[in-house]
Design a protein around this ligand. Structure first.
Ligand SMILES: *Cc1c(COP(=O)(O)O)cnc(C)c1O
Length: 405
Protein backbone atom coordinates (compact mmCIF):
# COMPACT_ATOMS: atom_id res chain seq x y z
CA UNK A 1 0.00 0.00 0.00
CA UNK A 2 1.22 3.46 -0.81
CA UNK A 3 1.73 6.09 1.87
CA UNK A 4 3.58 3.94 4.37
CA UNK A 5 6.18 1.17 4.38
CA UNK A 6 6.62 -1.81 6.64
CA UNK A 7 9.70 -1.54 8.83
CA UNK A 8 10.21 -4.43 11.30
CA UNK A 9 6.54 -5.34 11.33
CA UNK A 10 5.34 -1.77 11.87
CA UNK A 11 4.10 0.77 9.32
CA UNK A 12 6.42 3.71 8.84
CA UNK A 13 6.21 7.03 7.01
CA UNK A 14 9.45 8.48 5.71
CA UNK A 15 11.31 5.74 7.59
CA UNK A 16 9.73 6.67 10.95
CA UNK A 17 7.67 3.93 12.59
CA UNK A 18 4.21 5.35 13.21
CA UNK A 19 4.13 4.67 16.99
CA UNK A 20 7.31 6.74 17.29
CA UNK A 21 5.97 9.41 14.97
CA UNK A 22 2.79 9.57 17.07
CA UNK A 23 4.97 10.25 20.12
CA UNK A 24 6.83 12.93 18.19
CA UNK A 25 3.59 14.59 17.11
CA UNK A 26 2.43 14.33 20.71
CA UNK A 27 -1.09 13.20 20.01
CA UNK A 28 -3.41 11.28 17.77
CA UNK A 29 -5.06 11.69 15.35
CA UNK A 30 -2.72 13.30 12.84
CA UNK A 31 -1.95 13.38 9.14
CA UNK A 32 1.52 12.40 7.93
CA UNK A 33 2.73 13.20 4.42
CA UNK A 34 5.82 11.64 2.90
CA UNK A 35 8.11 14.09 1.07
CA UNK A 36 9.96 11.40 -0.83
CA UNK A 37 6.74 9.95 -2.23
CA UNK A 38 5.59 13.36 -3.41
CA UNK A 39 8.96 13.98 -5.06
CA UNK A 40 8.80 10.59 -6.71
CA UNK A 41 5.28 11.19 -8.01
CA UNK A 42 6.14 14.59 -9.45
CA UNK A 43 9.17 13.07 -11.17
CA UNK A 44 7.07 10.29 -12.68
CA UNK A 45 4.48 12.77 -14.01
CA UNK A 46 7.21 14.92 -15.53
CA UNK A 47 8.50 11.82 -17.26
CA UNK A 48 5.13 11.46 -19.01
CA UNK A 49 4.84 15.03 -20.23
CA UNK A 50 5.94 15.95 -23.73
CA UNK A 51 8.30 18.89 -24.38
CA UNK A 52 6.63 22.22 -23.86
CA UNK A 53 4.15 20.96 -21.27
CA UNK A 54 4.22 22.35 -17.73
CA UNK A 55 3.03 20.85 -14.47
CA UNK A 56 1.06 22.87 -11.93
CA UNK A 57 -0.10 21.86 -8.47
CA UNK A 58 -3.74 22.54 -7.52
CA UNK A 59 -3.46 23.94 -4.01
CA UNK A 60 -6.94 22.96 -2.85
CA UNK A 61 -5.97 19.26 -2.74
CA UNK A 62 -3.63 19.96 0.17
CA UNK A 63 -2.55 23.47 1.20
CA UNK A 64 -0.37 22.53 4.20
CA UNK A 65 2.35 25.24 4.17
CA UNK A 66 5.35 22.90 4.47
CA UNK A 67 3.95 20.65 1.76
CA UNK A 68 3.37 23.64 -0.53
CA UNK A 69 6.95 24.79 0.00
CA UNK A 70 8.17 21.30 -0.85
CA UNK A 71 5.98 21.07 -3.95
CA UNK A 72 6.79 24.63 -5.07
CA UNK A 73 10.39 23.64 -5.66
CA UNK A 74 9.38 20.85 -8.01
CA UNK A 75 6.47 22.05 -10.12
CA UNK A 76 6.24 24.85 -12.68
CA UNK A 77 3.45 26.73 -10.94
CA UNK A 78 0.35 26.51 -8.82
CA UNK A 79 -3.38 26.88 -9.32
CA UNK A 80 -5.31 28.59 -6.58
CA UNK A 81 -9.03 29.01 -6.04
CA UNK A 82 -9.24 31.78 -3.44
CA UNK A 83 -7.25 34.73 -2.12
CA UNK A 84 -6.31 32.56 0.85
CA UNK A 85 -4.79 29.94 -1.44
CA UNK A 86 -3.12 32.73 -3.41
CA UNK A 87 -1.38 33.90 -0.24
CA UNK A 88 -0.38 30.33 0.62
CA UNK A 89 1.15 29.77 -2.85
CA UNK A 90 3.07 33.05 -2.72
CA UNK A 91 4.27 32.35 0.82
CA UNK A 92 5.48 28.94 -0.34
CA UNK A 93 7.75 30.62 -2.86
CA UNK A 94 5.79 30.11 -6.04
CA UNK A 95 6.52 32.87 -8.59
CA UNK A 96 3.48 35.11 -9.19
CA UNK A 97 3.65 34.76 -12.96
CA UNK A 98 3.35 30.98 -12.51
CA UNK A 99 0.17 31.15 -10.43
CA UNK A 100 -3.31 30.95 -11.91
CA UNK A 101 -6.49 31.78 -10.05
CA UNK A 102 -9.71 29.96 -11.02
CA UNK A 103 -13.06 29.49 -9.35
CA UNK A 104 -16.58 30.89 -9.50
CA UNK A 105 -17.75 33.91 -7.54
CA UNK A 106 -14.45 35.72 -7.17
CA UNK A 107 -15.12 38.80 -5.06
CA UNK A 108 -13.92 42.28 -5.88
CA UNK A 109 -11.37 42.25 -3.07
CA UNK A 110 -9.95 38.94 -4.30
CA UNK A 111 -9.70 40.24 -7.86
CA UNK A 112 -7.81 43.29 -6.65
CA UNK A 113 -5.43 41.08 -4.68
CA UNK A 114 -4.86 38.89 -7.73
CA UNK A 115 -4.17 41.91 -9.95
CA UNK A 116 -1.78 43.36 -7.40
CA UNK A 117 0.03 40.02 -7.16
CA UNK A 118 0.32 39.78 -10.96
CA UNK A 119 -1.15 36.29 -11.30
CA UNK A 120 -3.14 34.89 -14.22
CA UNK A 121 -6.87 35.13 -13.56
CA UNK A 122 -9.17 32.51 -15.07
CA UNK A 123 -12.40 34.28 -15.95
CA UNK A 124 -15.53 32.35 -15.11
CA UNK A 125 -18.16 34.84 -16.30
CA UNK A 126 -18.75 38.14 -18.07
CA UNK A 127 -19.58 39.79 -14.72
CA UNK A 128 -16.15 38.76 -13.50
CA UNK A 129 -14.49 40.28 -16.60
CA UNK A 130 -16.19 43.62 -15.96
CA UNK A 131 -15.43 43.57 -12.24
CA UNK A 132 -11.81 42.66 -12.98
CA UNK A 133 -11.43 45.50 -15.48
CA UNK A 134 -12.57 47.93 -12.79
CA UNK A 135 -10.24 46.35 -10.22
CA UNK A 136 -7.29 46.63 -12.63
CA UNK A 137 -8.00 50.33 -13.27
CA UNK A 138 -8.18 51.07 -9.60
CA UNK A 139 -5.10 49.03 -8.64
CA UNK A 140 -3.22 50.58 -11.57
CA UNK A 141 -1.91 47.34 -12.99
CA UNK A 142 -2.95 45.34 -16.07
CA UNK A 143 -4.99 42.21 -15.35
CA UNK A 144 -3.67 39.03 -16.93
CA UNK A 145 -6.57 36.81 -17.94
CA UNK A 146 -7.40 33.46 -19.45
CA UNK A 147 -10.94 32.42 -20.26
CA UNK A 148 -12.16 29.27 -18.55
CA UNK A 149 -14.31 27.53 -21.13
CA UNK A 150 -17.25 25.32 -20.20
CA UNK A 151 -17.19 22.75 -23.02
CA UNK A 152 -20.16 21.95 -25.21
CA UNK A 153 -19.58 18.22 -24.84
CA UNK A 154 -20.65 15.96 -22.01
CA UNK A 155 -18.01 14.67 -19.64
CA UNK A 156 -18.85 11.28 -18.17
CA UNK A 157 -17.18 8.98 -15.68
CA UNK A 158 -15.26 11.59 -13.79
CA UNK A 159 -15.65 11.23 -10.03
CA UNK A 160 -16.82 14.85 -10.01
CA UNK A 161 -17.97 16.46 -13.24
CA UNK A 162 -17.10 20.13 -13.55
CA UNK A 163 -17.45 20.76 -17.28
CA UNK A 164 -20.10 20.19 -19.95
CA UNK A 165 -23.80 20.96 -19.74
CA UNK A 166 -25.01 23.73 -17.43
CA UNK A 167 -22.22 24.68 -15.03
CA UNK A 168 -21.35 27.28 -12.44
CA UNK A 169 -17.76 26.84 -13.69
CA UNK A 170 -16.40 28.64 -16.72
CA UNK A 171 -17.97 30.49 -19.62
CA UNK A 172 -20.21 28.46 -21.92
CA UNK A 173 -18.38 27.83 -25.19
CA UNK A 174 -21.14 29.60 -27.16
CA UNK A 175 -20.50 32.81 -25.22
CA UNK A 176 -16.72 32.74 -25.45
CA UNK A 177 -16.36 34.54 -28.83
CA UNK A 178 -18.32 37.54 -27.60
CA UNK A 179 -16.30 37.65 -24.36
CA UNK A 180 -13.08 37.49 -26.41
CA UNK A 181 -14.36 40.50 -28.33
CA UNK A 182 -14.66 42.45 -25.09
CA UNK A 183 -11.06 41.85 -23.92
CA UNK A 184 -9.54 44.88 -25.70
CA UNK A 185 -12.37 47.31 -24.86
CA UNK A 186 -12.16 46.24 -21.22
CA UNK A 187 -8.37 46.64 -21.26
CA UNK A 188 -7.78 43.05 -20.11
CA UNK A 189 -4.49 41.38 -21.08
CA UNK A 190 -5.70 38.18 -22.73
CA UNK A 191 -3.30 35.26 -22.34
CA UNK A 192 -5.25 32.14 -23.17
CA UNK A 193 -7.67 29.44 -22.11
CA UNK A 194 -8.45 27.07 -19.27
CA UNK A 195 -10.63 23.97 -19.34
CA UNK A 196 -11.29 21.78 -16.34
CA UNK A 197 -13.60 18.86 -17.03
CA UNK A 198 -13.68 17.16 -13.66
CA UNK A 199 -11.89 15.30 -10.94
CA UNK A 200 -11.01 11.70 -10.05
CA UNK A 201 -10.76 10.24 -13.58
CA UNK A 202 -9.64 6.62 -13.39
CA UNK A 203 -10.42 5.49 -16.96
CA UNK A 204 -7.62 6.47 -19.31
CA UNK A 205 -9.68 6.22 -22.49
CA UNK A 206 -12.27 8.65 -21.12
CA UNK A 207 -9.66 11.15 -20.04
CA UNK A 208 -7.98 10.84 -23.43
CA UNK A 209 -11.22 11.47 -25.28
CA UNK A 210 -11.90 14.55 -23.13
CA UNK A 211 -8.38 15.77 -23.88
CA UNK A 212 -8.75 15.46 -27.64
CA UNK A 213 -12.19 17.06 -27.64
CA UNK A 214 -10.84 19.88 -25.48
CA UNK A 215 -8.01 20.56 -27.93
CA UNK A 216 -10.41 20.48 -30.91
CA UNK A 217 -12.72 22.88 -29.11
CA UNK A 218 -9.95 25.33 -28.19
CA UNK A 219 -8.42 25.31 -31.67
CA UNK A 220 -11.91 26.12 -32.95
CA UNK A 221 -11.70 29.40 -31.02
CA UNK A 222 -8.41 30.40 -32.68
CA UNK A 223 -9.94 32.78 -35.24
CA UNK A 224 -11.44 34.98 -32.53
CA UNK A 225 -8.54 35.37 -30.11
CA UNK A 226 -7.71 39.02 -29.38
CA UNK A 227 -3.95 38.43 -29.20
CA UNK A 228 -1.28 35.74 -28.99
CA UNK A 229 -2.14 32.74 -26.83
CA UNK A 230 0.46 32.36 -24.09
CA UNK A 231 -1.30 29.90 -21.84
CA UNK A 232 -3.44 26.83 -22.34
CA UNK A 233 -4.39 25.05 -19.13
CA UNK A 234 -5.80 21.64 -19.98
CA UNK A 235 -6.90 20.76 -16.45
CA UNK A 236 -6.11 17.30 -15.18
CA UNK A 237 -8.35 15.47 -12.80
CA UNK A 238 -6.25 12.31 -12.71
CA UNK A 239 -7.64 10.04 -10.02
CA UNK A 240 -6.18 7.60 -7.53
CA UNK A 241 -7.63 4.25 -6.45
CA UNK A 242 -9.50 4.31 -3.15
CA UNK A 243 -10.97 0.82 -3.07
CA UNK A 244 -9.90 -2.61 -4.30
CA UNK A 245 -12.37 -2.18 -7.18
CA UNK A 246 -10.56 0.91 -8.46
CA UNK A 247 -7.92 0.27 -11.09
CA UNK A 248 -5.16 2.89 -11.11
CA UNK A 249 -5.22 5.23 -14.08
CA UNK A 250 -3.32 3.63 -16.97
CA UNK A 251 -0.62 6.20 -17.75
CA UNK A 252 0.52 4.73 -21.08
CA UNK A 253 -2.48 5.98 -23.11
CA UNK A 254 -2.47 9.26 -21.17
CA UNK A 255 1.16 9.93 -22.12
CA UNK A 256 0.53 8.93 -25.75
CA UNK A 257 -2.43 11.29 -25.98
CA UNK A 258 -0.48 14.20 -24.51
CA UNK A 259 2.29 13.56 -27.03
CA UNK A 260 -0.31 14.29 -29.73
CA UNK A 261 -2.33 17.03 -28.05
CA UNK A 262 0.48 19.29 -26.82
CA UNK A 263 2.26 19.62 -30.20
CA UNK A 264 -1.10 20.31 -31.89
CA UNK A 265 -1.66 23.26 -29.58
CA UNK A 266 1.88 24.51 -29.93
CA UNK A 267 1.70 24.31 -33.69
CA UNK A 268 -1.30 26.63 -33.68
CA UNK A 269 -0.01 28.79 -30.83
CA UNK A 270 3.81 28.55 -30.70
CA UNK A 271 4.05 30.87 -27.68
CA UNK A 272 1.65 28.85 -25.58
CA UNK A 273 2.69 27.26 -22.32
CA UNK A 274 0.53 24.13 -22.13
CA UNK A 275 -0.20 23.25 -18.52
CA UNK A 276 -1.65 20.34 -16.61
CA UNK A 277 -2.93 21.10 -13.13
CA UNK A 278 -2.96 18.15 -10.76
CA UNK A 279 -3.88 18.02 -7.10
CA UNK A 280 -4.97 14.65 -5.82
CA UNK A 281 -2.73 12.69 -8.18
CA UNK A 282 0.43 14.38 -6.91
CA UNK A 283 -0.18 14.13 -3.17
CA UNK A 284 -3.13 11.83 -2.45
CA UNK A 285 -1.18 8.60 -2.20
CA UNK A 286 1.64 10.20 -0.20
CA UNK A 287 -0.40 10.79 2.94
CA UNK A 288 -1.91 8.75 5.76
CA UNK A 289 -4.33 9.63 8.53
CA UNK A 290 -3.34 8.04 11.82
CA UNK A 291 -5.93 7.52 14.52
CA UNK A 292 -5.94 5.53 17.76
CA UNK A 293 -8.37 2.85 18.83
CA UNK A 294 -10.08 4.09 22.00
CA UNK A 295 -12.19 1.04 22.51
CA UNK A 296 -13.00 -2.33 21.00
CA UNK A 297 -16.69 -2.58 21.69
CA UNK A 298 -18.95 -5.53 21.00
CA UNK A 299 -22.62 -4.80 20.44
CA UNK A 300 -24.94 -7.73 19.85
CA UNK A 301 -22.16 -9.73 18.29
CA UNK A 302 -20.77 -6.94 16.10
CA UNK A 303 -17.30 -5.60 16.78
CA UNK A 304 -16.82 -1.83 16.70
CA UNK A 305 -13.44 -0.19 16.81
CA UNK A 306 -14.09 3.27 18.20
CA UNK A 307 -11.30 5.64 17.19
CA UNK A 308 -10.26 9.12 18.28
CA UNK A 309 -10.38 10.29 14.66
CA UNK A 310 -13.17 10.42 12.15
CA UNK A 311 -15.46 12.59 10.09
CA UNK A 312 -14.38 15.91 11.63
CA UNK A 313 -10.83 15.42 10.32
CA UNK A 314 -11.40 13.16 7.35
CA UNK A 315 -14.81 13.74 5.84
CA UNK A 316 -13.91 12.00 2.57
CA UNK A 317 -12.90 8.74 4.27
CA UNK A 318 -16.33 8.54 5.87
CA UNK A 319 -17.93 8.81 2.44
CA UNK A 320 -19.42 12.22 3.10
CA UNK A 321 -17.43 14.31 0.61
CA UNK A 322 -19.23 13.81 -2.67
CA UNK A 323 -19.43 10.02 -2.69
CA UNK A 324 -22.76 8.40 -3.51
CA UNK A 325 -21.91 5.08 -1.90
CA UNK A 326 -19.51 4.85 1.01
CA UNK A 327 -16.67 2.51 0.14
CA UNK A 328 -14.09 2.45 2.88
CA UNK A 329 -10.61 3.78 2.25
CA UNK A 330 -7.88 1.17 2.63
CA UNK A 331 -6.79 0.90 6.25
CA UNK A 332 -4.53 -1.18 8.46
CA UNK A 333 -3.23 -1.38 11.99
CA UNK A 334 0.19 0.22 12.34
CA UNK A 335 1.47 -3.06 13.74
CA UNK A 336 0.80 -6.26 11.87
CA UNK A 337 -0.65 -4.49 8.86
CA UNK A 338 -1.33 -7.50 6.66
CA UNK A 339 -4.45 -9.40 7.71
CA UNK A 340 -3.32 -12.33 5.58
CA UNK A 341 -0.01 -12.75 7.41
CA UNK A 342 0.10 -16.26 8.79
CA UNK A 343 -0.73 -16.71 12.44
CA UNK A 344 -2.56 -13.42 12.78
CA UNK A 345 -6.09 -13.64 14.12
CA UNK A 346 -8.40 -11.34 12.19
CA UNK A 347 -11.98 -10.23 12.57
CA UNK A 348 -14.55 -8.16 10.73
CA UNK A 349 -15.15 -4.79 12.33
CA UNK A 350 -16.97 -1.52 11.93
CA UNK A 351 -14.63 1.42 12.41
CA UNK A 352 -16.47 4.31 14.02
CA UNK A 353 -15.21 7.76 14.94
CA UNK A 354 -15.98 9.59 18.18
CA UNK A 355 -18.64 11.96 16.87
CA UNK A 356 -22.17 11.49 18.04
CA UNK A 357 -23.58 10.70 14.60
CA UNK A 358 -23.81 7.51 12.53
CA UNK A 359 -22.26 9.48 9.64
CA UNK A 360 -18.97 9.15 11.49
CA UNK A 361 -18.10 5.70 10.16
CA UNK A 362 -14.74 5.04 8.53
CA UNK A 363 -15.78 1.61 7.35
CA UNK A 364 -18.06 -1.36 7.78
CA UNK A 365 -17.11 -4.99 7.24
CA UNK A 366 -13.41 -4.19 7.46
CA UNK A 367 -11.15 -7.16 8.09
CA UNK A 368 -8.31 -6.32 10.45
CA UNK A 369 -6.09 -8.15 12.87
CA UNK A 370 -7.87 -8.27 16.24
CA UNK A 371 -7.24 -4.82 17.69
CA UNK A 372 -7.12 -3.51 21.20
CA UNK A 373 -7.41 -0.08 22.76
CA UNK A 374 -4.28 1.95 22.08
CA UNK A 375 -3.55 0.43 18.67
CA UNK A 376 -2.90 2.86 15.85
CA UNK A 377 -5.18 2.58 12.83
CA UNK A 378 -3.83 3.97 9.58
CA UNK A 379 -6.06 5.25 6.79
CA UNK A 380 -4.22 5.29 3.46
CA UNK A 381 -4.74 7.47 0.36
CA UNK A 382 -5.23 10.44 2.67
CA UNK A 383 -2.83 13.03 1.28
CA UNK A 384 -5.51 15.02 -0.59
CA UNK A 385 -8.85 16.47 0.48
CA UNK A 386 -8.27 15.57 4.12
CA UNK A 387 -7.74 18.09 6.90
CA UNK A 388 -8.90 21.19 5.04
CA UNK A 389 -11.81 19.42 3.38
CA UNK A 390 -13.29 18.41 6.73
CA UNK A 391 -15.51 20.17 9.28
CA UNK A 392 -12.91 20.26 12.03
CA UNK A 393 -15.05 22.36 14.38
CA UNK A 394 -17.97 19.91 14.25
CA UNK A 395 -18.48 18.59 17.80
CA UNK A 396 -15.64 20.72 19.16
CA UNK A 397 -12.90 18.12 19.17
CA UNK A 398 -9.30 19.42 18.87
CA UNK A 399 -8.06 20.21 15.35
CA UNK A 400 -5.80 17.75 13.60
CA UNK A 401 -2.03 18.27 13.33
CA UNK A 402 -0.31 17.58 10.02
CA UNK A 403 3.33 16.66 9.57
CA UNK A 404 5.51 16.38 6.49
CA UNK A 405 8.09 13.67 7.03
C1 LIG B 1 -10.15 21.03 -7.74
C2 LIG B 1 -9.48 21.51 -8.96
C3 LIG B 1 -8.29 20.91 -9.37
C4 LIG B 1 -7.65 19.76 -8.66
O1 LIG B 1 -8.37 18.58 -8.81
P1 LIG B 1 -7.71 17.17 -8.44
O2 LIG B 1 -8.78 16.19 -8.67
O3 LIG B 1 -7.28 17.25 -7.02
O4 LIG B 1 -6.52 16.97 -9.33
C5 LIG B 1 -7.67 21.42 -10.49
N1 LIG B 1 -8.22 22.45 -11.17
C6 LIG B 1 -9.35 23.05 -10.81
C7 LIG B 1 -9.88 24.17 -11.59
C8 LIG B 1 -10.03 22.59 -9.69
O5 LIG B 1 -11.17 23.17 -9.33
Amino acid sequence: MRGADMVDGVLAVGGLPLPLLAERVGQTPFYAYDRARITERVRSVRGLLPDGALLHYAVKANPMPALLAHVARQVDGMDVASAGELKAALDAGCAPHAISFAGPGKREAELRQAVAAGVLIHLESEREAECLAAAARSVGRAARVAVRVNPDFEVRAAGMRMGGGAQVFGVDLEQVPSLLGRMRPLGLAFEGFHVYAGSQFLKAELWVSVLHRTVDMLLGLAAGVPGPVHSVNLGGGWGIPYTPRDEPLDMGPVADALAIAVPRLRQAWPQARVTLELGRYLVGEAGVYVTRVIERKVSRGQVFLVTDGGLHHHLAATGNLGQVIHRAYPMALARCPRPDASGVATEEVQVAGPLCTPLDTLGRGIVLPVAKAGDLLVVFQSGAYGATASPQAFLSHPPCPEVLV
